[in-house]
Design a protein around this ligand. Structure first.
Ligand SMILES: Cc1cc2nc3c(=O)[nH]c(=O)nc-3n(C[C@H](O)[C@H](O)[C@H](O)COP(=O)(O)OP(=O)(O)OC[C@H]3O[C@@H](n4cnc5c(N)ncnc54)[C@H](O)[C@@H]3O)c2cc1C
Length: 370
């Protein structure tokens, strides 16, 4: 039995400080509620920062119409505020542009600094280096979350909780049904090369310094390295095995660069992901599930909408029930774990703009409930 070293109390607790968690926490703080955001790493942004996923997919539908506004748009702007990257011309606030999609490539480090600033300005109480290890329940309500950090084991109590862990950890701890997804192996890292740096200077384009190496499976699954396991869901051992194997592929790539050209190697490793790059781990079974039939369908009780980043003109409406797991009265979920069917529906809702949007929706939902 672990001794409880500390307790704390808030109106709403957001578990996970990825893009969904930040959007939820900022929404709650702006509504004047006392909010804590619990994050196991020491960085904000989750996969967008620690996972080096540095493409903010579009806020628009590919036919010139902006679909997502609010915090997602604020975050897109922040992602390029202190680093290279720029808003495509034409997206000047009128919400319509026929030429380019409203998306950006950003520097993960610059985005992290802007996110810290946003959290501080909004008044979110951030607990970094703190992992949620379980929940305290009273029948179908969570009364507190069990956490562990350098002070030891503690309990953080609140009236409402938001699971933005990207893996549905809190829903699982609370006994709610979750479904596992499949991830083929993708390896993204930062690299530097003299050639790329020369081009950046020659074309006066700092974006060229934001140079990534991308190995393994594309989003379609094509390119999964031969002989590597296809990951199901997530568990402690998966994370270790996947991380070790993906870095082995990176090492082979850079060894090849060096053996070909020696000291004039065309690229060197510069930054490695510090979060496992699994696309689909777990999602909840919600009161409602977004299925393939939801594409371009008007539903009665929708609270938000996200565009497909693959197919122009396709929009997915989000019902409130997709954020509410069955079996727990004071838990909402946000981000890539909301209730969406495997296939195009889940693909649409797990993009960075979509997770920001559902974070904001979950924040509003919990503010309304407490
Ligand atoms: C390889 C790859 C490529 C991708 N490419 C793109 C792309 O180009 N563009 C795009 O828009 N999207 C892309 N995506 C999808 C997108 O990056 C993610 O779906 C999205 O960032 C998920 O955000 P989230 O906030 O829901 O979860 P996460 O980013 O997973 O954040 C969850 C946070 O919770 C924390 N956490 C987890 N468990 C606990 C716990 N028990 N206690 C405390 N903290 C915890 C984690 O440390 C993390 O910070 C890609 C994903 C992958 C893996």
């Amino acid at each position: 039995m672990n001794k409880c070293s500390f307790t704390s109390e808030y109106d709403i607790v957001v578990c996970g400080g990825g893009i969904a968690g930040i959007s939820a926490a900022v929404t709650v703080a702006r509504a004047g509620r006392r909010v804590a955001m619990i994050e196991k790493s020491i960085l904000p942004g989750g996969l967008a920062v620690s996972g080096l996923v540095n493409i903010f997919l579009p806020l628009c539908d590919g036919c010139g119409n902006q679909i997502i506004f609010g915090i997602a748009e604020e975050l897109l702007n922040l992602s390029v505020k202190y680093g290279p990257g720029s808003i495509p011309p034409g997206w000047n606030g009128d919400g319509r542009n026929k030429i380019s999609r409203y998306m950006v490539k950003f520097s993960s480090a610059a985005f992290a600094l802007a996110l810290d600033e946003l959290l501080e300005k909004s008044g979110v109480d951030v607990w970094y280096d703190t992992v949620v290890t379980g929940v305290e329940m009273d029948k179908t309500r969570i009364t507190g979350i069990d956490v562990f950090n350098k002070s030891g084991h503690g309990i953080i109590n609140a009236g409402e909780f938001i699971d933005a862990t990207g893996d549905a950890d809190i829903a699982k701890f609370a006994g709610c049904e979750v479904i596992e997804g499949e991830s083929k192996m993708t390896i993204w890292a930062q690299q530097a090369s003299l050639q790329q740096s020369e081009s950046a200077v020659k074309f006066n384009d700092p974006e060229l310094l934001n140079n990534m190496v991308k190995l393994g499976a594309k989003e379609s699954g094509e390119g999964h390295p031969t002989g590597e396991k296809i990951q199901q869901g997530i568990d402690g051992k998966t994370v270790s095995e996947y991380s070790i194997a993906s870095r082995r592929h990176l090492l082979d790539y850079f060894k090849h660069q060096i053996s070909e050209k020696g000291e004039n190697a065309s690229a060197f490793p510069l930054g490695l992901p510090s979060m496992v790059q699994l696309r689909r781990t777990r999602r909840i079974v919600g009161k409602e599930t977004i299925t393939a039939n939801f594409a371009n369908k008007k539903i009665e009780n929708y609270i938000g909408a996200v565009p497909s980043w693959k197919d122009n003109g396709v929009v997915w409406q989000i019902p409130e029930g997709a954020l509410i797991p069955e079996g727990c009265k004071n838990l909402a979920v946000a981000g890539r774990i909301i209730s969406a069917e495997e296939g195009p529906a889940w693909e649409a809702v797990r993009s960075i703009p979509a997770v920001a949007h559902t974070g904001e929706l979950a924040g509003k939902l919990c503010v309304g409930r407490c």
